[in-house]
Design a protein. Structure first.
Length: 326
């Protein structure tokens, strides 16, 4: 039987155990896929700790790439033998093979290898909906400044490159000089080491006191308040993660100073239909195959070493993308 990483209780990395799980035939609207690699994301940590709760026992993991082994009734866009990749609910990609809904699974172009496919789907589709769909009231034009936290992470490095391709001036933040340099090398116009600099002051300096039109923030509690200070009037605060913990409750009057907008985005609202998933994936594949965006995989862990992979991610020791190999 295929191996999988499962939890039976919420907690630290130690709650993840290797188990053997039977994999049957796909039902209507489902496929069976045998993974070649799967991706690691902060949402996996949220689900492991119980910040985002799911029924237990739970197999973790939200993205993967591999070969379609079988398709169920009603699945027309995939067939057995197809190379495929996905970011999808429900969790379950930390395994050698699984049966899953076909809706968010797309064919992987031959030009993209399995490890890259496993690393890029959740992160790349996240950047797609942020830079292309989560926009301030006035929109974004070439030359506009945007602030992007955690710019040296897997999502961040994709965002640096994609923003540059769109002509945007991305201001990235990161926790060390080395990570800032990495962001700059991948297209960030400016990089701020928040361990040494006040990023609010630097953003105001870079923008001539105006502030940015939009802040993209996956850090959460530690950056939220100061991020609001970086926005120009009518600016948009786009929260899409909680790496430092969830943002505490606050009074809406906080937004009144500059008539600010606030949104909390999730990928899975954007990919609610197969058609939208395919449209977003096509755009992602296009920027990757063109060379405008390169997917950087800096950490590879065997499936059995998933606990160490989580520890590295949570301690902010990782850069770029991290994958589990099978």
């Amino acid at each position: 039987m295929p191996r999988a990483i499962q939890i039976t209780a919420y907690g630290g990395p130690e709650v993840m155990k290797i188990v053997d799980l039977p994999v049957g035939d796909p039902g209507p609207g489902e496929i069976r896929i045998r993974h070649k690699a799967c991706g690691l994301n902060f949402i996996d940590v949220y689900q492991r700790t119980g910040l985002y709760q799911n029924p237990l026992p739970l197999t973790l993991g939200m993205e993967g790439a591999g070969i379609v082994e079988a398709v169920g009734e009603g699945v027309a866009h995939l067939k057995a033998g197809d190379r495929a990749a996905y970011a999808s609910h429900p969790p379950g990609s930390y395994c050698e093979a699984r049966v899953m809904p076909a809706k968010n699974v797309v064919k992987l172009p031959d030009a993209i290898d399995f490890e890259t496919g496993a690393a890029m789907m959740l992160k790349g589709l996240t950047v797609q909906y942020l830079l292309r769909r989560t926009l301030p009231m006035e929109g974004l034009e070439k030359g506009d400044h945007v602030l992007f936290h955690a710019a040296a992470g897997g999502v961040g490095l994709i965002a640096c490159q994609w923003a540059k391709a769109l002509g945007l001036q991305l201001i990235g933040t990161a926790g060390s000089a080395a990570k800032c340099q990495l962001a700059l090398e991948h297209g960030a116009a400016h990089a701020i080491d928040y361990s040494k600099e006040d990023f609010v002051a630097r953003v105001k300096e870079i923008t001539g006191g105006k502030g940015v039109k939009v802040v993209y923030d996956s850090v959460g509690k530690d950056t939220f308040d100061k991020s609001l200070e970086c926005l120009r009037p009518f600016g948009l605060m786009a929260s899409f993660g909680n790496a430092s913990g969830p943002v505490p409750p606050f009074a809406p009057a906080v937004l009144a100073k500059n008539s600010l907008y606030l949104t909390r985005q999730t990928l899975f609202t954007h990919i609610a239909t197969r058609e939208r998933t395919q449209q977003m994936a096509d755009e992602l594949f296009a920027v990757v195959t063109s060379g405008a965006v390169k997917i950087r995989i800096d950490q590879r862990f065997p499936l059995a070493e998933v606990a160490q992979a989580h520890r590295s991610l949570e301690s902010r020791k990782t850069t770029g993308c991290t994958i589990l190999t099978l």
